[in-house]
Design a protein around this ligand. Sequence first.
Ligand code: GAL
Length: 526
Amino acid sequence: MKYYVVLLSVLIERTWSTNDAPQQLKFPPWFKFGAATAAHQIEGAWNVSDKTPSVWDVFSHEKPSRIGDGSNGDVACDSYHLWREDIEMVTHLGLHFYRFSISWPRLLPSGFPDRISSAGRRYYSELIDGLLAAGVEPVVTVYHWDLPQSLQDLGGWTNPLVVDWFADYARVVFSLFADRVKTWITINEPLVFCDGAYTMGVYAPGVLSPDIGKYLCNRHALLAHAKAWRIYDQEFRDRYRGKISLANTITWYEPADGETDDVAEIVRQYGGGIFSHPIFSKKGGWPPVIAKMIAENSRRQGYPKSRLPPFTEKEIKFIRGTYDFYALNYYTSRVVRRARPGETIDAWPFFGAPELNVSLTVRPEWKKAPPSWFYINPVGIRHQIRWLKEQYGDVEVLIAENGYASHDPTAHDMDRVQFYKDHLEQVLLSIYEDGVNVTGFTAWSLMDNYEWMDGYVPKFGLFAVDFNDQRTRSPRTSASYYAAIIREHALIEPPEYLSVTQNATNTNTSYNSLILSFVLIVYFIK
Ligand code: GAL
């Protein structure tokens, strides 16, 4: 008995005592850590060999003022030439996997599979082989926003034929690399490339059509994903035993004080449900609350039918169930309230607010990161993961992106260290307290890179890249911190971090010591 009491006391002493802190700091044995990049953001070599321009090449070249610093992805991190250095960074961190994307116009210069570029094929093949030789699993995104411009000229994501174009491209990718790649993401974040382009005009191809183009793009992206998933399922899965899904970025939305949760819920359904309900729900199709709302808005605006193009019964079945896991990208949160009569609602920086007639703000306690849209709310990732489980059941969740941007190019990035620590803590709570099957975490990003319309100003990297020089990569403090977490397979506190939180930790420790003393005294008096 005595031993049990002492053991209990030691346990109390050794675990965290606040309600918010996870009782377990170890990640489950199967949990994997990775980092991510995307082709257009790192490769450069925009016109090398037979690569043709993507929508992002054209968007940034035509009007440099569209990009915050007037830059483009012509050279970016020059990963097309420096991929061996990328693998060195990956091994330095001890990553279990590295998520990167394939550039459609690099592999298929015409956009179609009439001819596969031998240079493009060699590049990705060598990268994959290099990762495998280093003991790192390649996780491949088939499409991360760099549509061939030739297909954009034919209507891009608003043309229903894009579903077949994408499926043909995906089949080529699988036939070249599925022997070595076991985890696939078909499409990254349709919310951003559809809404960013068509609702706001700030992402390539920058075609403003919030009422119509956005929903055509949404619909075709879902069908394209489903078709690629089914091709993998039917033609490749038996041989290669991989898994495949799409990645969604979801902002966590919570009601403003005094608002009811249903206001926030409709925004959740719009931001996350549109791209999840058709695939992950039992019934499939658009989220009913969204279909109803857009139909009513359309009628009020004088459209003869809903601007949200419906799925046929056949399409609903075709899309439903096309997943092997949920790939979640999480960065930020918003507070939602109903718009006041006559209030002007801005689509920036969060898509869909005018359609929903809501105002989106933030809580004063959420710290601001430099990009305009970025407010930090670590607990949002836990709420979001729990919401997915409530909505779609016990699906495996892979955090496919999470990371912090500053404008500070230097190496000592304690803000990023803090960001990862706080978010990984919430991931542990999702696993141990909420019982969600979260199987991996992907840091965005392996290195500083071309951050779309913000150019090279935001720095997201665990490694800094010198864009004025030979694209030299150097590890930041966060790289050592992340490497240590991976090594220990546990959430740890690096020495520098301890000095920042010494007081908080001391409070917990002394509180635990008090409980410990109390337990021991009671026992020995008895
Ligand atoms: C994601 C996107 C990445 C990266 C990141 C940081 O939405 O997939 O490419 O840009 O945001 O903003």
